[in-house]
Design a protein around this ligand. Structure first.
Ligand code: PAF
Length: 290
């Protein structure tokens, strides 16, 4: 496994691979890898010849009061996991090379970026789209792999790829969960044992929405009401949003006619946890737009 820090070296490595007629497959991450990332790497391994994993904690996607400085970093463990999962290259660019003095060009993602997480994290998806486009330009992947836990991120990246004619395939991978249902996330590390226990309310709320929908409830306010009740039973949990929305536009839905995205963000102690599911008539466990 090769570790590359320099942008030009990464570019050359990808160009050489492509010149041999081989496919580059890419998993961008911010490191602190967990089982969710392992699944991304496994899906990627099957989808190309040169598997590139990037590890870069992107300052442009954190708000001024967010956790950029304290975001968990664990390069030793990350390299172990990357090796285990068969990564060929780990690309670890430096912030000063990605955003040199005077850097000023950003991707505007439009209305999709203002909904759900974008409403409470202004500029977040502009930062995500910008770094992902930069990484795509450096790594030049044929295929890139993202997790469905970050549904909105995946939707925005797919749209960016279409809108800007990037000409690459984007694969979405199912959310990986802890045994009690909590979606795996690097930020789960922030939770104390008591907060971790309280965090169970997030997947419980998702399950309650699925059950109610299976039982015929398709009114968005009834579904979100049930979820809110579960979250509010937990004194440590503070709801950021609970929404039922269109799987493509992320516009609020009053009623699920055919399918709808249920998404929520909840703050528990220092962690902001997100989760989602797509509810679909006749096929409730399918994944909608993604
Ligand atoms: O999902 C993430 O880890 C990040 O948002 C990404 C896609 C690597 C961009 O920094």
């Amino acid at each position: 496994m090769r570790i590359i820090e320099e942008i030009d070296e990464m570019r050359e490595c990808a160009a050489k691979t492509r010149s041999l007629g081989l496919k580059v497959v890419f998993v961008p991450t911010m490191g602190c890898l967990h089982d969710g990332h392992r699944e991304l790497l496994r899906a990627a391994k099957k989808s190309g010849d040169l598997l590139v994993l990037s590890i870069f904690v992107n300052p442009a996607q954190f708000g001024p009061k967010e956790d950029f400085a304290s975001y968990p970093r664990d390069m030793v463990r990350d390299l172990e996991i990357a090796g285990d999962e068969g990564a060929d290259v780990v690309f670890t660019p430096k912030a000063a090379d990605m955003y040199p003095e005077g850097y000023s060009t950003f991707v505007e993602v439009g209305a999709l970026g203002d909904k759900l997480c974008g409403a409470s994290r202004p500029g977040h998806f502009r930062g995500v789209a910008t770094v992902v486009l930069k990484l795509f330009n450096i790594v030049t992947p044929d295929t890139a792999v993202f997790g469905k836990k970050d549904y909105q991120q995946l939707l925005i990246i797919r749209k960016m790829a279409r809108d800007l004619d990037l000409g690459l395939d984007i694969i979405g991978v199912e959310t990986v969960r802890e045994p009690d249902g909590l979606a795996r996330s690097s930020r789960n590390r922030y939770l104390s044992p008591e907060e971790r226990e309280a965090a169970r309310c997030v997947p419980e709320a998702i399950e309650a929405a699925k059950e109610a929908f299976s039982a015929g409830v398709n009114d968005a306010s009834l579904l979100t009401g049930k979820m809110k009740k579960i979250i509010e039973k937990q004194p440590r949990a503070v709801v950021d949003y609970i929404k039922v929305c269109d799987t493509e536009s992320l516009e609020d839905l009053g009623m699920i006619e055919t399918n709808g995205l249920v998404a929520l963000a909840v703050k528990i102690g220092p962690a902001r946890l997100i989760d989602n599911c797509v509810l679909e008539k006749g096929a409730p466990r399918r994944t909608g737009a993604l």
